[in-house]
Ligand binder design. Structure first.
Ligand SMILES: [Zn+2]
Length: 480
């Protein structure tokens, strides 16, 4: 969808729908048509009123009672796009020439950009009107500020789209080396540096998690990095490291998952997708801080060569891990990525994104990314980034007693902690690989990576790009 911002609409502009956002506390439009202003409806929005040459849509924000206020604005923005398509029309205008905070504009547009996304790579017939879709935002005196903000939001959205495309792509078209190739091309296009460790290099380097998890698949594992180096960096800014879990498919291995929902394990690389997407946005936005992405990617399937329950892995940092469930493979892979980030890349400020535990999804649903951390400073930054981006996080506790659940009788730890507190024991497991001086936040996106239905600003069931907006906001915050 082409989005443009004008102070006043051109005479030649013929919108089929014109959208007004209504809120008694905020004057979004200088003049709201009486037909909409007088509608007193608590019906779910929008209110639709025919005018001479178009339809008027009123999005009455206070009646979005199931959403937080900021989220209601994203939902309203997204709904305008979904309504336009539902009505089979192509040209919409938003009237935003009133006085209101830029933050509200950001939220409305974010929703519209998210709703604009559809994954059509595998549809033999693509809707013809897509190329003609147009949103014109009539902004009066707000136009200059809105134009700058729109460019920023589109840069963030470009990363979200990358993440959604990658996560939506099935495993028969995206294996670990494809993911690495994609990142290599992205790096070339945007002037990032790229480095990959092949399966042989991983094995030689003692990266046992990737090596063992990956050996059940004919498609070899890989670890790769993308680095953004600013031309001028803020000297106070501390480098940021984003780690992504990249399981291009996870059948659970020998401890096979149940069939239901297994298809969506093509997106068990949602964390990697988010981090790669965020690097694209960061390359476009150029914050004054160094950002490095580290991705561990493999496919976890059954095979005669696959890792077995009871196997013991000896990691580079000396820790031994007894595998009791081969479906708890994400943490085995992340452990290598965390060790590489610290030991080789000397990263000290690390946030990982991972579709890690069903426990997190069950506890927090699709509304919150699970956050687990012992690093107060970085945690506060991540929480601030969550607030700015609208990607909610909720902290789950790292009570020290949870660690007892990871005890193994013959190794240092085992890779699962039992039936209860699964998100917390997973996070404690990851902390086995965190050095004293590293600030670390673990983000579990197992509940948020997928929308099962068309809803809110999701125009299609599928992958959400969870984590990209938060990661970009964090990079911007880190730049100071
Ligand atoms: Zn798994």
């Amino acid at each position: 969808m082409r989005i443009s911002i004008v102070a006043k609409p051109a005479k030649t502009l013929k919108p089929e729908i014109t959208c007004y956002f209504l809120n008694p506390d905020v004057r979004y439009a200088a003049n709201v048509p009486a037909a909409l202003a007088n509608v007193n409806s608590d019906a779910n929005p929008p209110v639709i009123v025919p005018a001479a040459d178009r339809l008027l849509l009123g999005f009455n924000l206070p009646v979005y009672k199931y959403y937080e206020e900021h989220e209601a604005r994203r939902v309203a923005g997204g709904s305008t796009v979904r309504e336009l398509r539902r009505m089979n029309k192509t040209v919409a205008t938003w009237i935003l020439d009133g006085k209101f905070p830029l933050e509200h504009f950001t939220q409305l547009v974010t929703g519209a950009l998210m709703a604009d996304y559809r994954f059509l790579d595998y549809k033999s017939q693509k809707p013809a009107q897509l190329a003609k879709e147009q949103l014109v935002i009539v902004a009066g005196a707000n136009a200059p500020a809105f134009k700058r903000e729109l460019a920023r939001l589109q840069a963030i959205d470009a990363g979200v789209r990358v993440a959604r495309d990658l996560a939506n792509t099935p495993a028969n078209d995206l294996v670990p080396l494809d993911l690495a190739d994609f990142a290599r091309r992205l790096a070339k296009e945007h002037g990032l540096s790229f480095k990959a460790l092949s399966a042989a290099q991983l094995e030689k380097g003692g990266y046992v998690g990737l090596t063992q998890v990956g050996k059940g698949s004919v498609h070899p594992p890989v670890m790769f990095t993308l680095t953004y180096q600013p031309k001028v960096s803020n000297r106070q800014a501390q480098p940021l490291c984003l780690v992504g879990k990249g399981l291009c498919f996870d059948a659970g291995g020998v401890n096979l998952k149940p069939w239901e929902g297994m298809w969506n394990m093509k997106a068990d690389m949602g964390g990697a997708a988010a981090v790669i997407g965020a690097m694209k946005s960061i390359a476009l936005l150029k914050p004054r801080v160094e950002v490095t992405a580290v991705i561990g990617s493999a496919i976890n399937v059954l095979d005669g060569k696959a890792v077995l329950p009871g196997d013991i892995l000896r990691y580079r940092n000396g820790r031994t891990v007894e595998i009791q469930n081969t479906d708890a493979e994400g943490r085995l892979v992340l452990a290598d990525a965390l060790l590489y980030s610290q030991q080789i890349l000397k990263q000290r400020r690390i946030v990982d994104f991972a579709t890690l535990t069903g426990a997190c999804a069950r506890a927090l649903g699709v509304q919150y990314i699970g956050l687990l951390s012992r690093a107060q400073g970085l945690k506060a930054d991540v929480e601030r980034a969550a607030e700015i981006s609208g990607e909610n996080t909720w902290e789950l506790p790292l009570h020290p007693e949870y660690r007892l659940q990871l005890k193994s009788s013959i190794a240092d730890v085992r890779n699962i902690g039992g039936a209860i507190a699964g998100a917390q024991t997973a996070a404690w497991f990851l902390h086995e690989f965190i050095e004293e001086k590293t600030e670390y936040v673990h983000l579990d996106i197992a509940g948020t990576f997928l929308t099962e239905k068309e809803d809110k600003y999701w125009s299609q069931a599928g992958m959400t790009g969870s984590g990209v907006r938060l990661a970009v906001a964090l990079a911007e915050l880190s730049a100071g």
